[in-house]
Design a protein around this ligand. Structure first.
Ligand code: TYD
Ligand code: MG
Length: 460
């Protein structure tokens, strides 16, 4: 009886529901539901035998103190930014999902990693269901790794893929992308919820049983016609997202889940004509070509992962020509900016409700950190009053609803980054002043956003 049971899955978030709904209650996506057999019933006759290997041995409990807690076996790719996000290298037998928008550079990153690993004499298999061998060859040529020892296979049938992996026993397999792989015994089309779930499940079993490290590429989809990588997040060991703005060359690799490391790390890359280049000092690159002495431009000290990154926040405040003022934000949460606009208006008496406001984090980076608040407020005020803050001033701090400036984490690290990059002044929360170690840079502590005004008014 349960064999026939069907449930509905949201293609965007992967949550399961007993009935069809027009809008997903969990992620609010519209028309994202897809009918699929309940877990375990889709695999038909193959699933019992496949499931067995997985369960073998798990029936006898093991005492915690007797469990082997040795370090995981890791291989470094040699791309430092990639290794750091992985938690120090690739763990043998792990399943890693690399998600991101189409065209962001997922295939490029994985091919470059393969090339580096091939030079370490590892056995690599790159399976592509998206591109022909010729196209891959051309990309390899462009990346300068055409002569490396990597094996390619253009295949989308999971059974054939499993067979090759079991026969050739590679150390690392790349599946590009999971949305093209299918299992013949499942009737729905490749990219559907049931196909993506079942093929990922099978690859997980393959990864653990061989063991072989498997990287799967998953496209983030806007239209919702194929299942997105978010619904796979709970199945895999590690989830990395490759982010960036199509108009900017900067790319950020972020771990959102990692069973073998921290999720605090980010890797920064720049897409160039011949592949991805590691950006070892992101602050310098984020600030490349920034306007000097212009109102509305402020340098914020943010922390990405464990590294401080200085980023430029730009704001433009101008009289609106619309009945409803426009509020547009790039790289920063728009709700947060609206809240800060309201705080400025109420607590400082600066009229902004009749103004359009645009806020942008330059460099194509997305930053979601409350420590950016004070820099956003400074940028908005600076544009509204047409006074530029000092060129060599860095700002950070959280702003509360009463206009108070609240403390943030890692204040000392942010100040040191500003000092290292030859800035001469930091405006920061008063409460964090006690956390600072020895420093030579001038530091101004503020307790309320009102205190910003005299600091800005001093400048032209
Ligand atoms: P790709 O890795 O194919 O993206 P994904 O696999 O995420 O869909 O990269 C696609 C884009 O990157 C493409 O628009 C061209 C650009 N690119 C470069 O700028 N330089 C390069 O060396 C390569 C290989 C690609
Ligand atoms: Mg690709």
């Amino acid at each position: 009886m349960p064999k026939d049971k069907t449930v509905f899955f949201c293609r965007e978030c992967g949550n399961e529901f007993p009935k069809w709904m027009g809008q997903c209650p969990a992620c609010k996506a519209w028309d994202s539901f897809e009918e699929a057999p309940a877990i375990g019933t889709a695999s038909g006759k193959k699933s019992p035998s496949r499931g067995k290997a997985d369960r073998a041995g798990s029936a006898s409990p093991v005492k915690l103190s007797l469990i082997d807690r040795g370090e995981e076996e890791r291989v470094k790719t040699g791309i430092d930014e990639f290794d750091r996000v992985l938690g120090g290298g690739i763990v043998k037998g792990s399943l890693v999902l690399v998600g991101g928008d189409p065209g962001i550079g997922k295939s490029t990153l994985l091919l470059e990693a393969c090339a580096k690993l091939a030079r370490k004499k590892l056995n690599l298999l790159y399976i592509s269901g998206e591109e022909s061998l010729r196209q891959i060859g051309m990309r390899a040529e462009r990346l300068g790794c055409a002569d490396d020892d990597i094996y390619f296979l253009a295949e989308t049938d999971l059974d054939a893929i499993e067979e090759v992996v079991q026969k050739d026993k590679p150390d690392i397999v790349v599946i590009d992308s999971i949305q093209t792989v299918y299992r013949e015994d499942i009737s729905s089309s490749p990219g559907s919820v049931s196909q993506v779930r079942e093929t990922t499940g099978a690859l997980m079993r393959l990864a653990k049983s061989m063991p072989v490290t498997v990287f799967i590429v998953g496209h983030v989809t806007k239209e919702g016609t194929v299942a997105g990588p978010r619904m796979l997040e709970h199945m895999v060991d590690t989830v990395l997202y490759f982010e960036g703005d199509a108009s900017s060359p900067y790319r950020i690799l972020r771990a959102v889940k990692n069973r073998f490391g921290s999720t605090n790390e980010v890797g920064v890359f720049e897409m160039e004509g011949d592949g991805l280049r590691e950006v070892r000092n992101p602050s310098e690159h984020m600030l490349d070509g920034r306007p000097v002495g212009e109102p509305g431009s402020v340098i914020a000290a943010s922390i990405e992962g464990t590294r401080p990154i200085l980023a430029e926040i730009q704001a433009l405040v101008s009289k609106t020509g619309f009945a409803m003022p426009r509020r547009t934000c790039l790289g920063i949460d728009a709700n947060r900016v609206n809240l800060l606009l309201a705080v400025i208006e109420k607590r400082m008496g600066v009229q902004l409700s009749g103004c359009d406001a645009y806020v942008n984090v330059t460099g194509g980076m997305r930053i979601n950190e409350p420590a950016l608040d004070l820099a956003v407020v400074t940028a908005l005020l600076s544009s509204a009053t047409d006074k530029a803050p000092g060129d060599k001033t860095v700002v950070f701090g959280e702003v509360g609803l009463t206009g108070e400036v609240r403390g943030v984490t890692r204040a000392a690290q942010r100040v040191m980054e500003a000092q290292t990059l030859a800035y001469d002044c930091v405006i920061m929360p008063q409460v964090n002043m006690k956390d600072l170690g020895p420093h030579t840079i001038k530091v101004i502590g503020v307790g309320h956003i009102r205190e910003l005004k005299p600091l800005l008014l001093g400048k032209k």
